[in-house]
Design a protein around this ligand. Structure first.
Ligand code: GLC
Length: 559
């Protein structure tokens, strides 16, 4: 066994909660959330059992991409508050024993960053080489790369008489990580936040920082909406990235016991190990996208969990997640919001909190917040969705169909204001919020669920407490008990002589669980379920829609 793998650490043990600050709680009547709002809700998160919060970017930004376009790495966006507020947040979190993770968006800056403004001036100043500039090729863009947010990945700059690269929008120019000064300046900002007491970072586009030499054409053209599909040969996992991440982790983060988790694409379970095996010491965790990309297909999720568990065994630590600020709401895509909202939301949470690896979920998942709907293109607020919508319309697609299709993948689904109560604007704000509150807030909200012992919120709290107090559910081995294509599913988590068996019915029909002989043979105690069951578990061979149960296997001789 690998010793570094077995090391116990806080980021393996904590349940991570993502805060999208713009939509969490508005305390200043701007219709936008703020840092004081986060401070106010720390007791709520503490009671829920949350061990760490990841806050989407709160640095100074013109907010073209809601903060994922930073114009100053050293300051707090006045929209969210002040540095004093942030320091107070750190102190409040510390008292509540909650770690605090910031977003680190360093693949690109905002086009309003002073570095970029200076870089645009000419090609021989101190910042000229901070970005990826290129001459026109036959009077056109240097290659056919498409930007993730629509159009070409290159924009012409008049004063510089060159194109600059932006993998996202033209407001997000990509940095030149070959320039040692870029690294120096960004590393020094990172150090400042660590000195303030931040416990780590979520690294945006963590494996995209270097681009393929010579900018080869992609095997598709820029009108191909599949965009990032060939990224593995163009901008993901390019030479230089491993050294950089290693240096970041080893020299900068390690002395502070700070963790790094990377948003990474174009990886297999095996190639993920190049970044995250504990021996490599680059990123501690990779934020797992395959689950979110499985688009509601449980068989894919199960296959993914199995593959990663096998590849990572004794080598690297995993993560599990169904949702973040870019994805649909988990219960809308993996559950049944029409007939079994409560049951399916609890079932998903059980899977999340008992699977191997560190669990992450987005604000609102603990009450089963759902996708919203968009009936008019003018309601789209997100830069990506607007770009993709315009691209598709310009290709002659039917606007209603595009809108219908996008409504599932609309990033606003995850960003609607947090539903705290049934008061106007869901208790998020007293003024009209920046993004329309999901109309179901009168039914789905924190206050209502706090008062109901059977709510998703109270179930989630029980689950988190169980995980927090059960080493086996954190460090235990993982063994799948049935084929991935069954509708019922089950796995075991085992540590020394303690074992838990968790079973699920991922469907809106009753299902047979006769197959799980282990529960019968071993004689087990039911610890938690999303249905109130008072029967003798041994005789029950079927599961109700979206039912899930956690059993503790009795030790030999135990009654
Ligand atoms: C990441 C973020 C996303 C952002 C993009 C560009 O994917 O999660 O919200 O738009 O990077 O920074």
């Amino acid at each position: 066994m690998n010793d570094c793998y077995n090391k116990k650490t806080w980021w393996k043990e904590s349940v991570f909660y993502q805060i999208y600050p713009l939509s969490f709680l508005d305390t200043t009547n701007t219709g936008k959330g703020d840092i004081k709002g986060i401070i106010k809700k720390i007791p709520y998160l503490e009671e829920l059992g949350i061990g760490a919060i990841w806050i989407s970017p709160i640095y100074t930004s013109p907010m073209f991409d809601n903060g994922y376009d930073i114009s100053d790495y050293n300051s707090i966006n006045p929209l969210f508050g002040t540095m004093e507020d942030f320091i107070k947040l750190i102190k409040t979190c510390r008292k509540a024993n909650i770690k605090i993770i910031m977003d680190l968006v360093i693949n690109h800056t905002s086009s309003e960053h002073p570095w970029f403004k200076k870089s645009c001036e000419n090609s021989n100043n101190s910042k000229s080489d901070y970005y990826l500039w290129h001459d026109a090729k036959n009077g056109k863009e240097p290659n056919n790369w498409a930007a993730d947010f629509g159009g070409s990945a290159w924009t012409w700059n008049e004063s510089r008489q060159q194109y600059y690269l932006h993998l996202f929008s033209k407001h997000q120019p990509d940095l030149n990580w070959h320039n040692p000064n870029v690294k120096k300046e960004i590393f020094s900002s990172i150090k400042k936040w660590l000195e303030l007491g931040v416990n780590g970072f979520r690294m945006d586009m963590g494996n995209f920082l270097f681009k393929a030499k010579g900018y080869p054409d992609a095997p598709h053209n820029k009108n191909d909406l599949r965009k990032f599909i060939h990224g593995e040969n163009l901008y993901a996992n390019q030479p230089g990235i491993h050294n950089l991440l290693h240096e970041l982790k080893e020299e900068l983060l390690e002395p502070y016991d700070a963790m790094l988790f990377g948003e990474m694409y174009f990886l297999t379970p095996k190639s993920s190990l190049d970044y995250t095996s504990c021996k490599k010491h680059e990123v501690d965790l990779i934020y797992q996208y395959p689950i979110m990309d499985a688009r509601g297909d449980w068989n894919k999720v199960k296959k993914h969990i199995r593959n990663y568990a096998n590849a990572f065994q004794d080598k690297a630590w995993n993560t599990t997640t169904f949702s973040n600020h870019d994805s649909p709401r988990s219960v809308s895509i993996y559950g049944d919001t029409s007939n079994y909202h409560k049951e399916s939301a609890k079932c998903i949470m059980t899977f999340l909190l008992t699977s191997p690896g560190t669990p992450f979920f987005l604000q609102g998942e603990e009450i089963g917040m759902t996708n919203t709907s968009v009936s008019d293109a003018n309601e789209l607020t997100d830069i990506k969705m607007k770009g993709v919508y315009n691209d598709r319309i310009s290709r002659g697609e039917n606007p209603d169909m595009v809108l219908k299709d996008l409504s599932w993948w609309n990033r606003d689904n995850a960003r609607t204001p947090m539903q705290w109560s049934d008061k106007k604007y869901a208790g998020f704000s007293v003024v009209n919020p920046w993004l329309k509150v999901n109309p179901n807030y009168t039914d789905i909200n924190v206050e209502k669920q706090q008062n109901n012992p059977n709510s998703i919120l109270n179930y989630t709290k029980k689950l988190i407490n169980l995980r927090n107090s059960t080493e086996t559910l954190i460090y235990g081995t993982f063994r799948v008990l049935c084929p991935d294509d069954w509708t019922v599913y089950g796995f075991s988590r085992k540590l020394n002589d303690e074992e838990y068996i968790i079973v699920f019915n991922f469907s809106s029909n009753d299902n047979n669980i006769q197959a799980f002989q282990e529960i019968k043979n071993n004689s087990s105690t039911l610890i938690l379920s999303n249905y109130s069951v008072e029967y003798d578990v041994i005789d029950i061979l079927y599961m109700k829609p979206w039912e899930t149960r956690i059993y503790k296997v009795k030790k030999h001789g135990e009654l």
